[in-house]
Design a protein around this ligand. Structure first.
Ligand code: BES
Ligand code: MN
Ligand code: ZN
Length: 503
């Protein structure tokens, strides 16, 4: 999709739809810079069909040009009016309205809409464009790669081709569009990876995509394969992948700003299919476990955005431990003892608690190799996160209040809210093993917390935050800009954190 900006009069545009935004206040609808349209809106309101509620849309097909201030009516087949409601305008509202706009447009045959930025909102046109664009693109997301094209099916329609944004501050709008595009494209990229089925997205694909992104943005890419992991003693990644014929990969991408700045390490769980292993999961819902790589997808997508944005305040390393978890003949068995990269021995009491085993190697290796100042990991780690927080909030845990607070705030702004859960030695006790340094499960109570406690053992004193996206990576809160299936959660929070690091 292409997005452009223009200050040209509407009479010169050639799109196939024109979109106006209106506010609502005490039952009154704000007016548009088009007199005919205002009359039309009043009639729709009187008929009870439109009240400018947030995201509400009204579509009309103007008959004739009725006065000289409405040139658009003669050149545009469709006019759409979108409500901005009466609540204070914030980023999430704009994103939501962007999503509603995309969805309403897609129901028509319009592919080249023009948007008239609303005025008088005490928000820069840069900011308005940024979040509207983000919502438009996220709301227009579709994945039909493996289906024949079906012309008549609106769901599988062509989607939007170009969007023209009309406003005054063209440089500002251009900047806003670019930021919105980077955020949205990265999120869509994460959704695309997650939508790929388990047979077509294996650890090898993480390697391939990692190398592609690195090449494109001049990042360093390092991939550890099975023999190298054996040499290094990565018992977690090796153990989890033993039941599968697909070899594990540890993919690392490094972005260097060239400045003397702190290093942030990102680690994302890239479990490309989680059957549970010998502790096999019930068949019902097992297909969803192709999404067990959403953390890895989020990290890879964030690295692509970082390549685009070239931030100057942070160096960033993105790591994806990638593996399948299958019950093949050589698979880990409950009760097996493995040795992680840092020498810690783990009793694998349940082979379905595999995410922490691969993350532990990646965290210990990443911290030793890159000596980061901060670490964030993101993983579909525990079903308990769904029980605790449902599908609307990501669980956040960590050993550093400042970093945790920062992420809580930013995630809220990005429409990806997190809620912090505690850590502590009482929970840690649940991981005590009689035969090894640690056990990989801590029982049902506080399952999300004990999983994070396990990871904490591998980060040492480095400031670290863990995001458990098991409940939010798919089946996320229904929003206009979040489709069914994978949400791409975490991508925008991570990019915004990096983009605004120094502020
Ligand atoms: N990938 C799952 C967690 C998960 C479950 C994510 C449901 C999304 C939806 C993870 O590997 C897992 O199986 N965790 C177990 C841990 C248990 C065995 C301690 C779980 O949560 O049941
Ligand atoms: Mn599992
Ligand atoms: Zn898993």
């Amino acid at each position: 999709m292409m997005i452009t900006t223009t200050a040209h009069p509407l009479s010169e545009r050639s799109g196939d739809a024109l979109v106006y935004f209106v506010r609502e206040r005490n039952g009154k609808i704000s007016s548009c810079p088009d007199r005919t349209l205002n009359i039309l809106i009043k009639r729709a309101q009187a008929a009870g069909d439109f009240s400018a509620k947030t995201g509400e849309t009204l579509i009309s097909y103007p008959l004739v040009q009725t006065n000289s201030t409405t040139p658009a009516a003669t050149t545009t087949v469709r006019i759409m009016v979108v409500g901005l409601g009466s609540d204070p305008i914030d980023e999430e509202l704009l994103r939501t309205v962007g999503g509603n706009t995309a969805q309403a447009l897609v129901k028509t045959r319009a592919t080249r809409p023009g948007l008239i930025l609303p005025t008088g909102l005490r928000r820069s046109e840069e900011n308005l464009s940024r979040h509207l664009v983000e919502g438009l693109i996220l709301g227009d997301y579709r994945f039909h790669k493996y289906q024949k094209a079906q012309e008549d099916d609106e769901e599988k329609g062509r989607g939007l081709e170009t969007i023209q944004i009309h406003g005054r501050d063209l440089p500002g709008i251009k900047k806003g569009i670019r930021t919105g595009l980077v955020f949205a494209h990265a999120t869509c990229q994460a959704r695309d990876m997650a939508n790929e089925p388990g047979n077509l997205w294996t650890p090898d694909q993480f390697e391939e995509e990692g190398r592609r992104v690195a090449e494109k943005y001049n990042l360093t890419c390092e991939v550890l394969d099975r023999p190298q992991m054996e040499e290094m003693g990565m018992g977690g990644l090796l153990g989890v992948s033993r039941g599968s014929s697909q070899p594990p990969k540890l993919v690392s991408l490094t972005y260097r700003s060239g400045k003397k700045v702190p290093t942030l390490l990102l680690v994302g769980k890239g479990l490309t299919f989680d059957s549970g292993g010998i502790s096999i999961k019930p068949g019902e819902g097992m297909a969803d476990m192709k999404y067990d790589m959403c953390g890895g997808a989020a990290v890879l997508a964030a690295m692509q955005a970082i390549g685009e944005l070239q931030p100057e305040t942070l160096d960033v390393v993105g790591m994806i431990p990638a593996s399948e978890n299958l019950p093949g003949p050589d698979a880990l068995k409950p009760g097996d003892i493995i040795t992680q990269y840092n020498g810690t021995t783990v009793e694998v009491a349940n082979t379905d608690a595999e995410g922490r085993l691969i993350l532990a190697d990646a965290l210990a290796y990443g911290i030793k190799t890159y000596q980061p100042d901060y670490v964030i990991d993101i993983a579909t780690l525990t079903g308990a996160a769904i029980i605790g927080l449902g599908h609307h909030t990501t669980a956040l845990l960590g050993n550093d209040d400042t970093l945790a607070e920062k992420i809580l705030k930013i995630s809220e702004r990005c429409g990806e809210p997190c809620w912090r859960l505690p850590l502590g030695k009482e929970y840690r006790k649940q991981l005590k093993s009689k035969v090894a340094d640690l056990k990989n499960i801590g029982g049902r109570p506080g399952g999300t917390i004990t999983a994070a406690c396990f990871l904490e053992e591998f980060v040492g004193k480095t400031p670290w935050v863990h995001l458990d996206i098991a409940g939010t990576a798919w089946n996320y809160t229904k929003k206009s800009y979040i489709p069914e299936g994978p949400s791409g959660v975490g991508v925008r929070t991570i990019i915004e954190l990096i983009r605004t690091w120094a502020t």
